[in-house]
Design a protein around this ligand. Sequence first.
Ligand code: GDP
Ligand code: MG
Length: 598
Amino acid sequence: VPVSRIRNFSIIAHIDHGKSTLADRLLQTTGTVSAREMKEQFLDNMELERERGITIKLQAARMKYTAQDGQDYVLNLIDTPGHVDFSYEVSRSLAACEGALLVVDASQGVEAQTLANVYLALENNLEIIPVLNKIDLPGAEPDRVKSEIEEIIGLDCSGAVLASAKEGIGITDILESIVYLVPPPQDTVEKPLRALIFDSYYDPYRGVIVYFRVMDGTLKRGDRIRLMASGKEYEIDELGVLSPTQVQVEELHAGEVGYLAAAIKAVEDARVGDTITLAGKQSSIEPLPGYTEAKPMVFCGLFPTDADQFEDLREALEKLRLNDAALQYEPETSSAMGFGFRCGFLGLLHMEIVQERLEREYDLDLITTAPSVIYRVTKIDGEVIYIDNPSLLPDPQYREMIEEPYVQVDMITPEEFVGPLMELSQSRRGVFKDMKYLTQGRTTLSYEIPLAEVVTDFFDQMKSRSRGYASMEYHLIGYRENPLVKLDILINGDRVDPLATIVHRDKAYYVGKALVEKLKELIPRHQFKIPIQAAIGSRIVASEHIPALRKDVLAKCYGGDISRKKKLLQKQAKGKKRLKAIGTVDVPQEAFMAVLKL
Ligand code: GDP
Ligand code: MG
């Protein structure tokens, strides 16, 4: 089809507002996927994604649609990941589109991720079509939500589509709106080739599969291409479209979306946001705007419980990294933990996903240490260093100042939870920025908070204090100086470096006390008494001890409740798997995360 009949669009939504369900319905209605082929949520194809109900990797699908004007159109749906950790990927996939469906749950309203995604869409100059989803629900209030969108986002909702992705209501209206409202791509087929990479994944047989949108020019099978950011050159083995399974074609033109394979060895060499050009002619060509390398913000140590698994862990990380350019790791040796890796992640969700995949897909037993952010430390001699591991913080006599990353956290909440959320933010050293009443009883609340305080359990606390009704987004705003100190933990007299944390001076005593109490609970009794201490430098700020084991554990169960005894034994057997011997003390996995649970 001619460029004038191509439409490239994304769906943006807050989590659970129905993006995947709507995508399924569009594929089905256009006959791209038959009802029989239709697995629920076709686009979320990783097992882990399905279980967690989130979209991690974005993908694309090409649909043919005969509109009511009798013409055939090609509609390319480019899916976006739905989590803040992947907002750079969201922004790149939006850059490959001319329009976006803004899906809002009509029984809920505008949420934090709705707003964040809309801002990204506006930055990319997209035509935004509001869709009020879930109108089949008895609690749906499309009119209220429309006025909310108009007031908060300033988006005209007179043409908003009322839909139920679940019941198949409004789907044709949505398709027609895409055809009429989303502009076609510009016809720049005469210009030299530039294509934007919006996703890639590693295939063990064909190398990296790259998803891209041709912005200018033409790409043919057999072309020799150059990836501008990495500077590497390859010959295209395979070129195709996603309908939604891969179908090979000979060439793709400006405005089209497709995939290619070119024996690329790791996704690192074909990163999201990079520009593809033809090899040889690149000197006068400007790369497409917006490329940045996704930088890890959260770090933790990964140690095999069994030292023999170190090489397996290395191999597993190498394999995961082929598919995940944002994952960083380097070997780490700890006197307490032995050999392992220090790993960097985009955020907490990214970290959890990687840990889970290592354990599930590679069958490793790991001890994970508490997450840390990157501190910027200026030493007495003026040298500036970045520390992602609290145990490596230079002693006070060698450092001039410590700065820590801050984020702006934007929350949207029903009015009645404003108090509890302010309290939460303040307890996390938050600095109040702004509060706005949006519409009847809904409020936005903005705080500047140290990232270290957000990567603990901030999200869970926000959810529980608002009974699940509040939502949040955050973005990095820079580094700030604070009086921070390193809190060491000593078990049985030994400094355990993976338990070291960096805390605000004013909180150090409280955290130290709470931490030793928590560790006392978590570390099982041994044949001997175990002292647990918290220290700042050589000063002990809190101490506890775990008394020696005397009685049989079963003595705890008074009387003869056999099922309780069984349960207790089972619990112990399970706990045993994740213990790390530190000196003569067996420390369970939970202890390394104790600082998150204070
Ligand atoms: P996503 O997180 O935005 O991808 O949301 P999903 O598509 O996974 O949908 C979240 C939940 O809402 C699922 O349980 C869907 O079945 C449900 N859902 C989606 N669309 C509708 C709808 O139109 N009506 C109703 N009642 N439920 C819906
Ligand atoms: Mg989804």
